[in-house]
Design a protein around this ligand. Sequence first.
Ligand code: SF4
Length: 428
Amino acid sequence: MTVSVSFQEAPDDKAPQFPDNGPPLAEVIAKAKAGGAVTGADAFALLAAGPDSPGSLDSLDSMDEICSAAASMRDQGKGKTVTFSPKVFIPLTHLCRDFCGYCTFRKDPTQAGKDLFMTPEQVLDVAKAGAALGCTEALFTLGERPEQRYPEAKEWLAHRGFRTTLDYLTHVCELVLNETSMLPHANPGTMARREIAALQPFNPSMGLMLESTSKALYAAGGPHEFAPSKRPRVRLRTLELAGQLRVPFTTGILIGIGESRRDRIESLLAIASLHAEFGHVQEVIIQNFRAKPNTAMGEFPDAETVEFLWTVAVARLILGPDANLQVPPNLSANNYQIYLDAGINDWGGVSPLTIDFVNPEAPWPALADLKTKTEAAGFQLRPRLPVYPEYFLGTKEFLPDALHQKVLATADPEGYVQGGIQRYVSST
Ligand code: SF4
């Protein structure tokens, strides 16, 4: 059963709505174990398997059941391969027109000083240094349309011949693609059709975290009250436009910022619905909130492990066996391998060079450690490109011709990074 939702017409206060009751949990788990994704009303039965949910015979047994069903579903679709993307993180600008209650990435011009944006030379230096270490992804993460709030940003861009941050981003993506061996992955916030189309020739994939479809998060006092770009409607619209333009797209949800379990299910169903229509959601990130000092949510508790585990398993069951499901290992440094038991098949971008500028307190695991823990759990760790093999091997549906050729030249015959894990970690 597919959920049909019209995002174009949904006003802000009408995020996708789903029914209250589903069939019994046991029935839904049996369906998942038989290989079928859990969609629509069925998904809400999973609420009964939550860590402290009343009404289930034994909530811990239920948690084990859904994790086991999720792991089995992952095995059916992905086998025993777990991937990561060797990357550099390029924070093109920390300036942002929005204010989110948990963010330490954003800066205003006073805090940024003279470095309002990275220059093309600085961008190329990082990309080339990453390439020298064997990285293949240049991740561009930046604040949302700073020129709309700060005249300084507008002047910086105009002085160099650019009208908007997205125009400048397109320019540096083209530079990196043409002057290095790296593949850009732009993650610049919400985008219009024309902006996605401009970036498309230089980005084999792009991304935007949905975060959540919860209305409560942008109500007064919520973390997104002062962040218009975090309205679910505009983020879902960006995902929809990317689908229409055939761009392999990364999205995900953020756990522990005040949303409910039901909100998470609704968010995942909204992503599943878009993927069912366009087939372009190449991976879904399940990211746990971590409180940061000196933010509005600095005293908020971090997302609990059991809560996060439930969400990861539910995500696999809703997204199905073929989805690429990711948990960032640096945000669960003490126990990240447990999420393999809940159905993930990807660790996301891991950098041997640059920090996670969004979570600067959380260092990436060493690739040797990632390999050891992944193999101890019974999986093979393989490096992947920023675009997954299913979007360029044996298909010309997604990538423009010139970009497709470069991606193919960077990949091995199975679509992974040439040289495999041995390129980063010696086997002795
Ligand atoms: S999370 Fe993103 S949109 Fe929100 S304030 Fe930070 S940089 Fe801006």
